[in-house]
Design a protein around this ligand. Structure first.
Ligand code: NGQ
Ligand code: ZN
Length: 446
């Protein structure tokens, strides 16, 4: 039995002092408040591990390589060309090495689970690997090697644009017929053996999958998470209107059974009716504020959506920077800059950091079909210790406010499924993983 003693712990009922958390294996056995610190690992503040609900791990390998402007104005679409070139070059070994560093950085940031929106399925020439699940198995291996829980979301991708347009040559590694895609999911049902891992699926977008294809996949897979990119760029909204006479979120809500198993990634461009419909559906809005800023996507209408009871979680998406506090900071700062107000996403009187962390913990767990992110008996021992390096000693939610917006509060240790993966802010395998990453990206660039 392992015991962590925390001066402060964020429990389901709020912050508590002098908390002893005991776990035996992967699950929390007991939580005692007002405890004495006898012989236990001692931490200053303990919070539940966070789900990172949207990642394309391989894109970590091109972080910083698409920040140079060419002759014409850059956009999401010019970035996508650079990204496609990078994606076409990666071997399975290289992708795994890059994913391992992304996952090490996620754990160091305070994430204990990733939703991997995985579409790099086939060989560089588009041929199916001998094992069609080859690339998915590399994602599983990276999660296992680093200790991160995985909600694997293989992506269904069939078309270049609305109306079932044929895929472009640069998309050849992503493409499946529905039958072959369902066989991939069946094979992963058998090959995913860690008890806390989950399998869902993801129609890439309304550009890449038709309504009929999505309906067929839902019929074949009636449970588990369903994720989709939607309404990230204005051009996507315009093209959807042209093809279908409906906006992307409007169309999704009208034609698919969007409910609490769904996670709509980005959902940036919403009318009032779309925003209210999404909030009422019970689906999670999967916000990726750092990537959305990096790609020039636009600003999600978070204040109204939250006031309407909408659920959200956060994702690191392109992994151009792998941050947890940073994602929530950018989410809030986008609103402050446009509304010229402060503490917008606090929603009402109270701590902004507290509201953001609590919201993202709940929405992230829902979107990834994970157990509730709580420090409570029976919950997985997914725990993040924060430390205060400068003072003044934080109390309660002030821990979160200083972590997100101030200085001197940082992640110390992280346990995922009861295993201490990070201590002193460093993952136990950081050096090995960085060496593998360096070899992989140097080979890709050679
Ligand atoms: C992706 N990423 O699938 O990696 C997408 C770009 C697309 C973001 N949207 C490709 N951030 O949407 O067509
Ligand atoms: Zn994405």
């Amino acid at each position: 039995m392992k015991t962590i003693f925390a001066d402060w712990a964020l429990l389901p009922g709020g912050w508590a002092r002098d908390v002893a958390v005991q776990f035996d294996g992967a699950a929390i056995a007991q939580v005692q408040t007002g405890a004495a610190p006898s012989g236990a690992t001692r931490v200053q503040a303990l919070i539940p591990g966070m789900a990172n609900l949207h990642s394309h791990a391989f894109q970590r390998g091109m972080a910083g390589l698409a920040e140079t402007r060419g002759d014409s104005a850059d956009s999401f679409w010019t970035w996508r060309e650079v990204m496609y070139r990078f994606a076409l070059a990666l071997t399975p070994d290289q992708m795994q090495a890059i994913a391992e560093l992304a996952y090490v950085e996620m754990l160091e940031a305070g994430f204990t689970r990733v939703g991997e929106f995985h579409y790099l399925h086939h060989a560089p020439d588009g041929a199916t690997y001998a094992d069609p699940a080859e690339m998915s198995l590399r994602i599983l291996a990276a999660a296992q090697a680093t200790g991160l829980h995985l909600t694997h979301l293989p992506v269904f991708y069939a078309h270049a644009d609305f109306g079932g347009a044929p895929p472009a040559p640069g998309q050849r590694r992503f493409i499946h017929a529905p039958e072959a895609f369902l066989r991939l999911l069946d094979s992963l049902d058998r090959q995913m053996t860690r008890p806390l891992d989950r399998l869902g699926f993801a129609p890439h977008s309304l550009r890449a999958a038709t309504g009929d294809e999505i309906a067929a996949l839902l019929a074949a897979r009636p449970t588990g998470p369903v994720h989709i990119h939607v309404a990230e760029q204005l051009r996507e909204v315009e093209d959807c209107l042209k093809a279908h006479g409906q906006r992307p979120v409007e169309r999704l809500l009208a034609t698919q059974p969007v409910d609490a198993r769904w996670c709509l990634i980005h959902a940036t461009h919403l009318t009032q009716a779309e925003r209210q419909g999404l909030a009422a559906s019970g689906a999670v809005a999967g916000l990726c504020p750092v990537t959305e800023a990096n790609l020039g996507d636009g600003l999600f209408p978070a204040p109204d959506f939250l006031a309407e009871g909408g659920r959200f979680g956060i994702g690191t998406d392109s992994n151009v920077r792998v941050a947890l506090a940073g994602e929530l900071q950018v989410l809030e700062y986008g609103q402050r800059l446009t509304l010229r107000q402060r503490n917008v996403l606090a929603g009402g009187p109270g701590s902004t950091g507290g509201a953001l962390i609590r919201g993202a913990l709940a929405g992230g767990a829902q979107a990834l079909a994970a157990p509730a992110a709580e420090i409570a008996p029976g919950a997985p021992a997914d725990l993040v210790a924060l430390r205060d390096d400068t003072g003044p000693a934080p109390q309660g939610d002030r821990w979160l406010d200083r972590w997100l917006f101030g200085r001197g509060v940082a992640v110390g240790s992280v346990w995922a499924g009861g295993v201490e993966c990070v201590s002193g802010g460093r993952h136990r395998d950081r050096d090995r993983v960085v060496a593998g990453f360096r070899r992989a990206v140097e080979a890709v660039q050679a």
